[in-house]
Design a protein. Structure first.
Length: 217
């Protein structure tokens, strides 16, 4: 994961915890919210992996029990080891496979969180998060007006907060930081939308950012 990508994702997590009175926040406030967010990510990730391990152990125990109670093994002498038996492919086993897949996804997600949290401690990542926050804080009215102007038929107050925050971060970069190619900023905004928002969000966000680039950048 690149430093800038980590900065954007952490900034999004930070934005999700800010209230409307953005002017009251200082440098230390932003830093503390980032640290708190990282701790929350680590805790949630640990809980999910622990749950996955527990689910996998349950499946293993069920398989062992099935093998022990299979007629081929019940008929064997007590001091003999079990022989492998066929496990019927049923909807129940299908559900267990789904559990395995879910556990693998949670583990991969935990690795992603671990990398994100490691990057959060780097100065260049923290500095870019702060730059996004302060640039947005300074230009909030103009940025929200851009969103409102291009969100045709939508009241900005009724948009999903996660979508608004993704747009705010991307527009801040496009219009007020301007040191990253437009395509990179937009592509990574869409990736955040795919990861954190609804199926319709990427196309909605892409349309607004394209209009912002065309008119303001």
């Amino acid at each position: 994961m690149q430093a800038r990508r980590a900065s954007r994702e952490l900034a999004l997590i930070l934005f999700s915890q800010l209230d409307k009175n953005l002017e009251k926040y200082k440098d230390d406030d932003f830093t503390q919210i980032v640290l708190k967010s990282v701790r929350t990510l680590i805790s949630n990730s640990y809980d999910e992996v622990s749950m996955s391990v527990s689910e996998l152990n349950n499946i293993k125990n069920q398989i062992i029990e099935f093998e022990n109670n299979h007629e081929d093994n019940l008929s064997r002498p007590i001091d003999c080891e079990n022989i492998p038996v066929k496990i019927p492919l049923t909807s129940d086993l299908e559900g267990k496979i789904d559990t395995l897949l879910s556990a693998a996804e949670k583990t991969l997600s935990a690795l992603d969180v671990a990398e994100l949290c490691t990057l959060a401690s780097k100065d260049d990542v923290r500095d870019y998060i702060m730059e996004i926050c302060f640039k947005y804080q300074k230009n909030k009215q103009e940025i929200d007006k851009m969103i409102s102007d291009f969100a045709f038929g939508w009241d900005i107050e009724r948009l999903f907060k996660i979508d608004k925050d993704i747009l705010r971060i991307a527009i801040t970069e496009l219009a007020y930081i301007k040191d990253t190619p437009h395509k990179v900023v937009i592509d990574e905004a869409l990736e955040l939308a795919k990861k954190y928002s609804t199926d319709d969000s990427p196309s909605f966000i892409n349309g607004i950012l394209a209009r912002v680039v065309e008119k303001y950048v």
